[in-house]
Design a protein around this ligand. Structure first.
Ligand code: ADP
Length: 487
């Protein structure tokens, strides 16, 4: 049984209600509260807004169950989706792989980050089903399979096979597919995916080394990877609103269609779609469709009103940046940080390769800087492309990369031991190595620093704040701006 409270408008009185998990409040008490005016029912922080809507009953929702369970086919894509959900008011945690225990935090959405985009389809299916099983065990009400906004896949998958496996596991005969993310210039029109002003197959994606996208027609692309029939909900239908979309879904279902590609060219389309998909067990999409979903949970009174979805703990401690990205943007950010007088240590890959104790040296330097109160500090291997090429020629591309990643990860761990609790990591692969070295299993997603890069807080154990920035993200003053946001 769960304890629920009904508050009168002036908060002066309340009634305790007890209801079995997921059941409805007793009508008599609910009606009594309703008659008092603008009473609110609160189940441990979640506010029911259905008062005055005629029926006088609300679901008892304080059952720690998660509203939306998401499976993302890569790590940065997972963060991108989580970021959109937080912007919509949903408290969101991203896990790294399928967790081995239940979710302890009370959150509205969980995104399980897999690395399944380019692995064999059978493995992607197995991993996705394992993620689904865990999410179902957490009580999720709706499920979301997240892939890239450029629909990265091959004729063998993995979007089609994973979608159909999830549908079968959930016992549902219909879902949608929509990689549109208009804020990022990904739009779908008449089933054709545009990246910016050009069709997908003219955007450079046709030359992708692992998932070359040579056809922009998503109905054709998805049909090639799917056993079931693929159809289209086109722009004219989407523009007419959620009722028209629902009508089109009924027609498609009657025609035997199991997956419908959906057109969307702006955020209004995503909001209309979101409304139409409120009751759909499974959605498959890029991160854009998530923009339209929080409204459904809010309308059902299931989103917590009080704390902001992006609120994170604020652990005391030192601030540091670890940078292994050699992208143009990161090079500029490192230079900007040093121009501003920031303390910085250059980690030389050739010294590392020669067996010099560079990790210990960097940490000794960092401890002295922190003791002198001169943080935030930066440890970086970031270099211009000609220097990177020289290192790669000497050590080999893969070996140089792995060696630098491991050294930076060891330094990150040492920095945490030295009292750093707020850390920016620059570089996608570097972030992966650091997160692994720190033993991080899940991240609570906070506010956005720059598009696609939020502050996050580690879940479980002593909390620390992490900003994981993939190469080309962020403005030139990203490092100082990110820390400034915390002060
Ligand atoms: P990005 O997100 O910019 O691609 P990544 O961290 O994913 O950054 O990749 C950068 C790769 O370059 C990593 O494998 C890293 O170890 C390697 N690297 C970093 N600095 C150097 C360097 N000075 N010379 C050679 N390789 C480097």
């Amino acid at each position: 049984m769960l304890r629920c409270h009904i508050y009168w408008a002036n908060n002066s009185a309340f009634a305790h209600l007890a209801a079995p998990r997921g059941r409805r409040h007793t009508a008599a008490r609910y009606d009594a509260a309703k008659q008092s005016g603008q009473a609110r029912a609160i189940c441990d922080g979640r506010v029911h807004n259905q008062f005055g809507e005629g029926r006088g009953l609300a679901p008892c929702c304080k059952d720690m169950s998660i509203l939306l369970g998401c499976i993302a086919d890569d790590f940065t894509g997972a963060t991108d989706l989580a970021n959109n959900l937080v912007r919509g008011g949903m408290r969101t945690v991203q896990t790294i792989g399928v967790p081995s225990s239940a979710m302890a935090d009370e959150v509205d959405a969980v995104v399980v980050a897999l690395k399944s985009r380019t692995i064999a389809a059978a493995d992607a299916v197995a991993q996705s089903l394992a993620a689904l099983e865990w999410l179902r065990a957490q009580g999720c009400r709706q499920f979301y399979f997240k892939y890239c906004s450029t629909f990265d896949s091959t004729a063998l998958g993995n979007i089609g096979p994973v979608t159909e496996a999830l549908m079968q596991a959930l016992g549902t005969d219909f879902t949608i597919a929509c990689p549109a993310f208009p804020e990022n210039k990904r739009t779908v029109f008449k089933g054709y995916l545009f990246a910016g002003d050009v069709l997908l197959n003219e955007s450079g994606m046709q030359n992708h080394p692992l998932t070359p996208m040579t056809d922009a027609n998503l109905v054709r692309v998805l049909q090639a990877q799917s056993k079931g029939k693929v159809g289209l909900i086109d722009y004219e239908t989407v523009a007419r609103g959620h009722a028209a979309i629902a009508g089109r879904i009924a027609v498609l279902k009657a025609e035997g269609v199991r997956i419908a590609v959906v057109d969307a060219i702006n955020n209004d389309d995503l909001m209309r779609m979101g409304k139409a998909f409120a009751g759909m067990p499974l959605l498959t999409a890029g991160s854009g469709v998530a923009i339209g979903l929080p409204q459904n949970f809010a309308a059902a009174g299931l989103l917590r009103e009080s704390a902001s979805a992006s609120a994170l703990p604020s652990p005391a401690g030192h601030e540091a940046i670890v940078s292994g990205s050699c992208s143009v943007a990161t090079n500029a950010q490192v230079a900007d940080f040093m121009r501003g007088g920031g303390a910085a240590y250059w980690l030389d890959p050739l010294k590392l390769a020669a067996g010099e104790p560079e990790v210990a040296r960097a940490l000794a330097w960092a401890q002295a800087v922190l003791a002198a109160g001169k943080g935030p500090l930066l440890v970086y291997s970031t270099a211009e492309s000609h220097a990177v090429k020289a290192v790669q020629a000497a050590l080999g591309v893969a070996d140089a990369g792995a060696m630098v990643e491991q050294a930076l990860a060891a330094i990150a761990r040492g920095l945490v031991d030295a009292g750093v609790s707020r850390m920016i990591v620059a570089g996608g692969e570097t972030s992966g190595a650091v997160v692994q070295a720190l033993g991080v299993r899940a991240l609570r997603i906070g506010s956005q620093i720059d598009p696609g890069v939020p502050w996050t807080a580690t879940v479980g154990g002593k909390p620390m704040l992490l900003a994981l920035k993939s190469g080309n993200f962020g403005t030139v003053d990203f490092f100082s701006e990110a820390f400034a946001q915390l002060h």
